[in-house]
Design a protein around this ligand. Structure first.
Ligand SMILES: Cc1cc2nc3c(=O)[nH]c(=O)nc-3n(C[C@H](O)[C@H](O)[C@H](O)COP(=O)(O)OP(=O)(O)OC[C@H]3O[C@@H](n4cnc5c(N)ncnc54)[C@H](O)[C@@H]3O)c2cc1C
Length: 368
């Protein structure tokens, strides 16, 4: 049985980027995913502040350029000028797959990892699939998203994680192509909504919530939002295909490694707490992880994996903690329409740059 340098469980956002980076560094990697087709998703568009060049993508991944974020509560609207993007998720993953070096990275789909084997020191020796087939490596990566198949087994993340869930429709769009809308407050069913414009007068309208009490009836709630006069002026629902999924909203974590197991992405809740932007933050984390894995393998020293946690903390911890507090406040305000109107009105006193720092979760330039 072949022993790989690294077995990555999960060929989504985190797993694919990590496989690309480790392939570049000439490590033998096995990437496993339970899906048969890595380009099949439960939703297809992303809002993001990321600069796509930074992560090696072409401009083809951009579905729409946005220059205005419109925050909308029951009675108040605030337009914030900022450049961001609606991204084509499938195109991102096509480019990732094309960039993965097949000389070093083997991809196996239809492999559902169920179990692990460890030695007496707690180091992983193998992961096992639905047919009890074993995959062995020096290091293992959990990139299995909210499933957290390995991170949960070693207690890095609670077995029952709190999830925010979202549903979306692709609709006809009557608004400005470069204006994205964020809908907040009780009038929008006590959760939060978004309208992401696409090309050709189409858009994605979605509804999500942090509250597990609201989670059950999401599709009907989105239908109610579609009936609101203000929304009817912006979008027309002309098909029934509903998309969606879940993101983790656990407390901010800062431990991603146990012995020879490294965790990246939703498996350890690396999504930005305030707007749920996962891609940019997970890509950055995966690059940090790839560097630490490389150094650890080169020096045959597991302790060097810790560099990944250190780098992540330096880059993200303060921002994530701050976003998490903002998320908690936001959720409280969004249960009360009047309060949300007031908060939005007050926010107009603050410059756009500050509002965007809060939305993007990048607080680093507070004094600029
Ligand atoms: C509705 C919704 C809207 C979102 N909107 C945005 C947005 O606008 N912008 C943004 O940046 N982010 C957004 N996100 C967040 C972003 O999609 C996630 O943070 C990101 O995809 C997580 O990446 P990941 O690699 O950790 O997990 P995933 O991309 O979920 O990949 C996990 C992979 O692991 C595989 N897998 C799981 N369990 C096993 C197992 N046991 N064995 C083998 N394989 C397994 C899965 O099949 C999957 O391919 C959104 C999420 C949702 C749900």
């Amino acid at each position: 049985m072949k022993k790989f340098d690294v077995v990555i469980v999960g060929g989504g956002t985190a797993g694919m980027l990590l496989a690309r980076e480790l392939g570049k560094l000439k490590h033998n990697v096995l990437l496993l995913d339970r899906k048969k087709n890595l380009l099949e998703f439960s939703f297809n568009t992303l809002g993001s502040f990321m600069n796509v060049d930074d992560f090696g993508f072409t401009q083809n991944v951009i579905a729409q350029n946005i220059n205005t974020v419109s925050l909308v509560s029951k009675r108040v609207k605030r337009n914030i000028k900022s450049n961001l993007y609606i991204l084509d998720k499938k195109q991102i993953h096509v480019e990732l797959l094309n960039a993965i070096d097949g000389n070093y990275v083997t991809i196996k789909t239809g492999v559902h990892i169920k179990n692990i084997e460890t030695d007496n020191h707690g180091n992983f020796t193998a992961v096992l699939d639905q047919n009890k087939e074993k995959y062995i490596a020096k290091l293992f990566v959990d990139a299995s998203g909210t499933t957290g198949v390995l991170s949960k087994k070693v207690g890095l993340i609670a077995k029952k994680t709190q999830l925010a869930t979202g549903v979306e429709y692709n609709v006809k769009y009557l608004g400005k192509a470069t204006e994205m809308h964020l809908l907040i407050g009780k009038v929008f069913q006590g959760g939060y909504g978004w309208i992401f414009p696409l090309k050709n007068q189409r858009a994605i309208i979605g509804f999500g919530t942090f509250d597990d009490k609201i989670v059950k009836d999401l599709k009907n709630r989105l239908h109610k939002i579609l009936e609101l006069l203000a929304i009817k002026k912006l979008v027309i629902k002309d098909n029934v295909k509903v998309e969606g999924g879940s993101i983790p909203i656990t407390p901010v974590l800062d431990k991603f490694i146990v012995n020879n197991l490294v965790c990246v992405g939703d498996a350890v809740s690396q999504v930005n707490p305030i707007v749920g932007e996962g891609y940019k933050f997970i890509f950055e984390a995966a690059i940090m992880a790839s560097k630490a894995i490389h150094t650890s393998l080169e020096n045959n020293d597991l302790s060097l994996l810790k560099n990944y946690e250190t780098d992540w903390k330096n880059r993200f911890l303060a921002n994530y903690q701050r976003s998490k507090r903002a998320q908690e406040r936001f959720f409280k305000y969004s249960q009360n329409s009047l309060l949300m109107d007031y908060v939005l009105l007050i926010s107009k006193l603050y410059p756009d740059a500050r509002a965007i720092r809060s939305l993007s979760g990048e607080y680093g330039l507070e004094n600029s």
